[in-house]
Design a protein. Structure first.
Lengths: 258, 277, 376
């Protein structure tokens, strides 16, 4: 009985990792087609990936977007989390729900809603549109990890600090922030990854000059399947997984994600 | 807190409201022209026309299949992780959850390679002599189901694991002490108590699946055969924004109903189970 | 013929020996308690008997049948867990019926037996309630009913009352004993609370560090401990290292730092002259002042501390013959008023009768302890 479970579980893990591994394998294919059988091994597609203008553009756009929106969203989330934890007021749960809403609303709905709004008020500046949208996406993820960290923090530590003479501000700086650091960093990593990998929202807001990497990859996939896309994908996969492990070390992956 | 709320309100609340309004505008363009008043013609068209209706129903049906598959695989993994020895638990859990953070097109691409005509699966089948010509696995509904299950199943794992961990370890022991073999202990004690987690996970998976764009676009048959790809088409090629808005609104409503149903049902019936000793 | 046989079971976790050749024989219908501090192996022993863990060596037999390698669900045991482990998603009746269901008892007989079991624990009519709707005591009784309805060979209880308040605990103890006597079931009970052990049991097994220290009737454990651990655990914490001067069938004469002590010869122990032994003495059995007409079992000392414990007073007396050693004396407040209150610093004489001085099996180590400042 136990053997059956173990066998099934192994199959499940194979199911999870097969596509990821295959991409890496294919990226090392010396041939010209991203499929099997593999005749020779080579790193050349990695070079090709980095020579590809649309990939580079996508990489640049996705990176600055993810970094910027995280930097903007984190302080907002921090303030909101602190406020929510301290104050009780009518409608508090409504506000909490509102702040978490971007998680529940389907990405595609957010995307087209923003497209409609942007065109209505005639925002032509694609980077601005994208940044605003990504801040919206990033916010709940930052908020969730910080809230979780706050909940686990012992509130009496602040009282203690103040009893020792610290002002509210200094207690915040010297006690709260260091204790929240794992939650803040986890939130930033998580938000970064969500923004970097987003498709449905960005789909409607990009223009020719500002395209995100996932979208560039998708476009590439429609045309051909040469392994340079595999190389790019492998890089994305490996770095995402590495960041995931970092998240696990910081706050525990399960807390960050769900 | 106010800035954050303002951001969300401005960037989400208002635009969504706008979107909803577009659904009530006459179709055919990228403008919402209310000069003749609001109209339900988009909804009538979408829900009345078998073309649109079929797409929506197929999306719902496939999402149900994905949900079922995710629940089965996910529950099994969650149980395994719950019972796993401490030493390996963290590593094995990360292995399941980490792929959630990899961009979806990248994850789908792997399946494209595996399921393509010259993909690993077909090559293996041919080598084993099971088929003569490659099976058409890619660009089918099956591929979409596989891809979506792969992407969404970890959510079930997380949700069920959270519930399982609230079960006192000696409940299965008590069942066994009363004569139940391992299978009966799981079936009669662990499974019923994990239902809240199953429902929460299933709700999440279903809601994401019905509005999923990437996987159907990459791995599904060409043309707009699914709700999200249909919406995309309405917005980016047909340029009938009100109609697209109407379809999106339907999706939103279905999502909201599922959430209410799932969490409401779970909340009420199982509230007493959530009170741990 | 023992009904439950535990023969030299051993269980090792890494470096630690959780069970070290534990042996025990339990007669049919007997109520035996495993008693000891945390980590002594009592719960481990119980779980081994239940089949929740596999022993590395040794044999466990129930009613003549070797169950050492039999899985838990085939051993026909009934177990009451520390936090009850009632199934929250089943009604009281469904909980109690579970074991019968596993044994494929037909439905009509099942409901009859469930009703009987619930009546036996005074919960008739509670069939359709859920565990979370019951009080702590009621949940306890459901757990007991569930374990007993299946007519198990052995009833195993793992500190079931430890979470209850005192009053409820005492009620449950009485009820449990009534039920086990009426049904005549062989029971193994685990606790760290000595009072509970002494109240409930036919026999008590004191365990420490994975080993059995002593097995005996409650009175024997209490009054005639055999080892220093048991003596200390059960409160006889005045322990002195002595040398045997003379041993006759009537009494044993000992020497402690030049002072002459006397004790009754213990059963089953054989002592030689000049042998060094440990003796134990309960604080309650030490008197302030001299016992008439005796010159032995008397020590001179000085009151070092007086501790008021409600109904009792404990005095820590430092001994003249060895100022590093102290003796703990315990008397009721009533006795204290009768005998006169001793203040800190007063010189006192302490004495006891030979019948109360217990010779232990242990040999003294170099740093032997005599009494301790801590009071129970």
């Amino acid at each position: 009985m136990k053997a059956v479970l173990v066998a099934l579980v192994l199959m499940a893990y194979a199911f999870i990792f097969a596509p990821l591994l295959v991409v890496v394998v294919v990226s090392l294919n010396g041939g010209t087609v991203a499929s099997f059988p593999i005749e020779s091994w080579s790193f050349r597609w990695y070079g090709a990936a980095f020579a590809n203008a649309s990939f580079l553009n996508g990489l640049w756009t996705s990176t600055w977007l993810a970094v910027s929106c995280t930097i903007v969203a984190m302080p907002l989330a921090l303030m909101a989390a602190l406020a929510l934890s301290k104050v009780e007021f009518a409608g508090k749960s409504a506000v909490e729900a509102l702040l978490m809403a971007p998680l529940l609303v389907p990405g595609i709905v957010i995307g087209i809603a923003l497209l409609l709004s942007a065109s209505l008020i005639e925002v032509r500046n694609a980077p601005m549109r994208l940044l605003a949208a990504h801040v919206l996406i990033a916010l709940p993820y930052c908020l969730r990890t910080i809230t979780a960290s706050l909940a686990r923090m012992d509130g009496s530590l602040i009282d203690c600090a103040m009893s020792l003479g610290a002002s509210r501000w200094r207690a915040f700086i010297h006690v709260t922030v260091p204790l929240l650091r794992p939650g803040i960093m986890a939130g930033m990593i998580f938000a970064f990854l969500q923004s970097f990998g987003d498709v449905p929202v960005s789909l409607f807001l990009t223009d020719a000059r500002n395209n995100t990497l996932p979208l560039a990859i998708m476009a590439y996939l429609e045309y051909g399947v040469d392994p340079s896309v595999a190389a790019m994908s492998s890089i994305v996969t490996v770095s995402s997984l590495a960041l995931a492990v970092g998240l696990e070390r910081l706050v525990g992956l399960r807390r960050a994600v769900g | 807190m106010a800035p954050a709320a303002a951001v969300v309100g401005l960037l989400l609340g208002a635009p969504v409201a706008l979107l909803l309004s577009y659904g009530f505008a006459p179709g055919g363009s990228t403008q919402a022209d209310f000069s003749d008043g609001a109209t339900l013609e988009n909804y009538a068209a979408v829900l009345g026309d078998s073309f649109y209706l079929n797409i929506i129903l197929k999306t719902l049906w496939l999402s149900l299949v994905v949900t079922a598959a995710s629940v089965v695989i996910g529950w099994m993994l969650a149980y395994f992780l719950w019972r796993a020895p401490e030493r390996f638990k963290a590593l094995l859990t990360v292995a399941v959850v980490a792929p959630l953070l990899v961009s979806i097109p990248v994850r789908n691409y792997g399946w494209m390679v595996l399921l393509g005509d010259t993909g690993l699966v077909n090559i293996a089948l041919q080598k084993a002599g099971l088929v003569e010509r490659p099976l058409k696995l890619m660009f089918t509904d099956l591929a979409v189901v596989i891809g979506l299950t792969h992407v969404l199943m970890p959510f079930v794992v997380l949700s069920v694991m959270a519930t399982l961990e609230r079960i006192p370890a000696n409940l299965p022991e008590a069942a066994r002490s009363l004569g139940a073999n391992r299978l009966a202990a799981v079936r009669l004690v662990v499974l019923p108590l994990s239902v809240p987690g199953i429902v929460a996970g299933a709700t999440l998976v279903f809601c994401v699946a019905i509005s999923s764009y990437v996987t159907p676009a990459l791995m599904g048959p060409s043309g707009a055969k699914y709700a999200a790809t249909l919406i995309y088409q309405q917005f980016m090629s047909t340029f009938d924004w009100p109609r697209g808005a109407a379809i999106a609104t339907i999706l939103l409503v279905v999502t909201a109903m599922t959430v209410v149903l799932g969490l409401g049902v779970v909340g009420r019936r199982y509230r007493h189970l959530m009170q741990a000793h | 013929m023992s009904y439950l046989l535990i023969d030299q079971i051993t269980k090792t976790y890494g470096e630690t020996r959780a069970l070290d050749e534990v042996c025990l024989e339990v007669a049919r219908g007997e109520f035996v308690t495993l008693l000891g501090p945390s980590g002594c192996g009592k719960s481990t022993t119980l779980r081994a008997v239940a089949g929740l863990l596999d022993v590395d060596r040794g044999v466990i037999a129930i009613d003549g049948r070797d169950v050492t390698r039999v899985p838990i669900n085939d051993r026909n045991i009934g177990m009451v867990f520390q936090n009850l482990a009632l199934f929250p998603h089943m009604t009281v009746a469904e909980n109690v019926a579970f074991g019968l269901r596993m044994r494929n008892v037909p439905r009509s007989e099942r409901s009859r037996r469930v009703s009987e079991a619930l009546a036996m624990v005074r919960l008739a009519g509670f069939d359709d309630r859920y565990p979370h709707q019951l009080s702590g005591g009621q949940q306890q009784r459901v757990a007991i009913a569930r374990a007993l309805v299946i007519n198990p060979g052995v009833l195993l209880l793992d500190e079931p009352f430890s979470a209850l308040d005192r009053k409820l605990r005492e009620e449950m103890q009485i009820e449990l004993r009534q039920i086990t006597r009426r049904v005549g079931i062989t029971s193994i009970f685990v606790t760290h609370d000595q009072e509970e052990a002494l109240t409930l049991s036919d026999r008590v097994v004191v365990m420490n560090g994975g080993r059995v220290e002593q097995v005996g009737a409650p009175d024997a454990i209490y009054s005639r401990p055999e080892t220093a651990f048991v003596a200390d655990f059960m409160g006889a914490r005045n322990i002195l290292a002595c040398r045997i001067v003379r041993a006759t069938p009537e009494e044993v004469e000992l020497d402690w730092n030049g002072v002459s002590l006397a004790a009754l010869p213990p059963r089953n122990q054989w002592h030689a002259v000049d042998q060094r032994v440990l003796v134990a003495l309960r604080p309650e059995l030490v008197c302030i002042g001299s016992v008439e007409g005796t010159t032995r079992n008397r020590l001179a000392g000085q009151v070092a501390a007086r501790i008021d414990q409600g109904g009792f007073i404990s005095l820590i007396v430092s001994l003249v013959d060895d100022p590093e050693r102290t003796l703990t004396v315990r008397q009721s407040k009533l006795d204290e008023t009768r005998n006169g209150r001793a203040a800190v610093g007063d010189p006192v004489t302490v004495s006891w009768s030979a019948a109360d001085l217990v010779i232990l099996r242990d040999r003294p180590r170099d740093q032997d302890r005599v009494g301790s400042p801590a009071v129970n």
